[in-house]
Design a protein around this ligand. Structure first.
Ligand code: PHE
Length: 340
């Protein structure tokens, strides 16, 4: 019995180094420790042994030794497998662009950034403003008292508490004047809302980019210069524009700056209401009453303001025929604009 135990011990120790995978490990485990394995065989043989206690002890020791050795080998194999996996894996590089397809910017975001860059170079700060505003900012502070007919064109969505979704970015003029005082150069893009019947060139939700410049001796020539510079930089080519009188209670004099329709080249199409021109950038000299309401000394300062239709600009720049495409959520049309 003793010899048999020694022999099994030797044969097991010899086999151990060759066990390099789970299958061979399992086969040896069954051969030695299984129900019909060598250890079970030894146990059966105990019947014929006189010193059962010592022999039993020896068998038990062998069994424990084999179990321990197989367990340790199993762990070794598992950690070696993990290490091999780590070694063969590509090294993680946080600066690598992921292999999946990247998203794209919305064309309005692209147009906004482009206009912002032009004005930033000319010393304008970029301001952010709320979409939910009060009646005061949106109308009263802009020389549009209650019951003024100009309110008709700017019907919007009202909240129960009397606040409203801003109808134009001009709603930020008053608080920006109060924040910075004069002299001042600021642009403030934003989403605007109106109760509109929608068609190819009207939407109930659209973007504007407001701009204000207040300083000593600011005149209409400054206004025209900045508008022309912005348009030629954004379009990278000469675009035909026309300036005509326009009425807004918060500017005096006021203008409509129209751009030759880039979709039809001026022949007339649904995108320009068949006129060949598109109202792109209403503007004017800020009304003294509005400056005063913003705490600006009107003896010393004058200024201009403009309300660039960002959504329309994006239509003209990218040749988008229908304004409603921008809010459509259709990736097929919106993901075509990848450049910045
Ligand atoms: N806020 C005006 C509108 O949305 C546009 C505008 C802005 C006109 C600034 C003049 C000066 O209709």
């Amino acid at each position: 019995m003793k010899e048999r135990i020694e022999e099994l011990k030797r044969s097991f120790t010899e086999k151990l180094p060759s066990l390099t995978d789970k299958e061979s490990l399992e086969a040896v485990r069954i051969a030695y420790l299984g129900k019909k394995g060598y250890i079970a065989e030894l146990m059966k043989g105990l019947r014929d042994v006189s010193d059962k206690k010592t022999a039993g002890q020896l068998i038990n020791d062998l069994k424990n030794e084999i179990e321990g050795a197989l367990g340790a080998r199993d762990e070794e194999l598992a950690s070696a497998a993990i290490e091999a996996q780590i070694r063969s894996a590509k090294k993680y590089n946080p600066t690598l662009i992921p292999e999946r397809e990247l998203g794209s910017y919305h064309p309005i975001t692209l147009a906004t950034r482009e206009v912002e860059a032009v004005f930033e170079r000319m010393g304008f700060t970029i301001e952010n403003y709320a979409e939910i505003v009060g009646d005061y900012e949106c109308f009263e502070a802009l020389n549009i008292p209650k019951h003024h007919p100009a309110r008709d064109m700017q019907d919007t969505y009202y909240l129960d508490n009397g606040q409203l979704l801003k109808t134009h970015t001009s709603a930020a003029q008053n608080s920006i004047m109060k924040k910075y005082g004069a002299p001042l150069r600021a642009i403030f893009p934003g989403r605007c809302f109106r109760n509109e019947s929608t068609d190819a060139c009207h939407e109930n939700t659209f973007f504007q980019m407001e701009g204000m410049m207040i300083d000593e001796n600011i005149s209409i020539s400054n206004l025209i210069y900045f508008m022309k510079t912005m348009l030629s930089e954004v379009f990278n080519r000469d675009v035909k524009v026309r300036l005509r009188p326009g009425f807004f209670p918060f500017v005096e004099p006021g203008f409509e700056l129209d751009i030759n329709c880039e979709i039809c080249g001026g022949d007339g199409c649904p995108s320009c209401k068949n006129s060949g021109w598109l109202e792109l950038c209403p503007c004017g000299m800020i009304h003294p009453a509005v400056l005063r309401e913003g705490g600006i000394d009107t003896e010393k300062y004058t200024g201009f303001a403009f309300g660039l239709g960002l959504t329309r600009l994006a239509m003209m720049k990218y040749g988008v025929k229908d304004i409603r495409d921008f809010n459509s959520g259709s990736l097929k049309s919106l993901s075509q604009f990848k450049s910045i």
